[in-house]
Write a new protein. Structure first.
Length: 315
């Protein structure tokens, strides 16, 4: 537990968890660094499974409040009276300090902000206003609103919404992150292969295309589940990635998105994954990678530069 807390409080460590070289992820990391240094409250939204809580941790870890309290609670997991006491007090016997006191001077993260009852929205707004500017305690609100056609702005009182959304982040869905899908899938497969004591399953060009084309309604969370099952079935020597995608309860009839991509993008994504996998397996040995992939040194260097792969990352 101490190691986890240390990792979550380390800005450089947690930013490394935001894996991906797609333009959307490069921009997200830049936005986190910018907003982390600001004083204002932040509203984070995005589809389920996109990593909103991880981003909240990152905002805290790279900002001025990094060494102070990081407190998180869900607005949907308690009834109104219990949530009110949890946030604002008065605390009951054995309850400890209300979170606005316990987290004083740090970051207070409110998950499922759209579920905050109207009366508590008023109390939260009053407390935010009492803090003044800059706020002593930063509020990071996370919206998990999944109702089609509705936004957080529609369900929160306007004055509270505009205070929370002074700074905002919208996380990209996995289907819009291109070759990040393959990078993440490979990382998760490596983790599970290590956990289960088996080899990392090999991904064919066809399977890579299927992973890139899948709609991923559950985003990163769904990708993690598919990666674990891919490792388990590979250990048994049965099954395919396509069968996992089709069997996934979150994926309807087809695993194909409606957003077509040029063939060149699929080829480049597979090529990058292949070089990345081989570099990891040979721990950055250029000669071993050249031999396995039958590539001249110059060609390998050019492709690594093209895909943003650095030998130092594999040593």
């Amino acid at each position: 537990m101490r190691a986890l807390r240390r990792e979550l409080s380390d800005g450089s460590m947690i930013m490394k968890k935001l894996v991906g070289s797609s333009p959307a992820m490069v921009r997200l990391r830049e936005d986190i660094l910018d907003l982390g240094q600001a004083d204002g409250h932040v509203l984070i939204d995005g589809e389920t499974g996109t990593g909103k809580t991880l981003v909240a941790h990152a905002l805290h870890a790279v900002g001025a409040k990094a060494g102070k309290k990081f407190v998180i609670t869900s607005c949907s997991s308690q009834d109104e009276d219990t949530l009110g006491r949890t946030l604002f007090g008065p605390a009951g016997e054995g309850d400890g300090l209300p979170l606005i006191e316990f987290g004083r001077g740090g970051t207070l993260v409110l998950e499922d902000i759209e579920a905050l009852p109207a009366a508590l929205q008023g109390r939260l707004l009053s407390w935010i206003n009492e803090q003044g500017t800059p706020a002593e305690t930063r509020v990071v609100a996370i919206s998990n609103l999944q109702q089609q056609g509705k936004t957080c702005e529609d369900v929160l009182r306007p004055d509270l919404y505009y205070r929370l959304a002074a700074l905002s982040l919208t996380l990209p869905p996995l289907r819009q992150r291109g070759e990040d899908v393959l990078t993440l899938f490979n990382r998760f497969c490596e983790q599970f292969a290590d956990e289960y004591g088996c080899d990392v399953p090999e991904v064919s060009a066809q399977e890579a295309a299927q992973l890139l084309q899948a709609p991923w309604p559950g985003n990163i969370r769904q990708l993690i589940n598919v990666a674990e099952r891919a490792v388990l079935q590979s250990r048994r020597g049965t099954g395919t990635i396509a069968s996992l995608l089709m069997a996934d309860s979150d994926v309807v009839e087809s695993t194909m998105t409606t957003e077509g991509k040029p063939l060149k993008e699929y080829v480049e994504a597979f090529e990058r994954m292949l070089i990345d996998n081989t570099m990891r397996r040979h721990k950055g040995s250029i000669v071993a990678v050249m031999d396995e992939l039958c590539l001249p040194r110059r060609t390998l260097n050019e492709k690594m530069a093209k895909y943003g792969l650095q030998r130092s990352d594999y040593l």
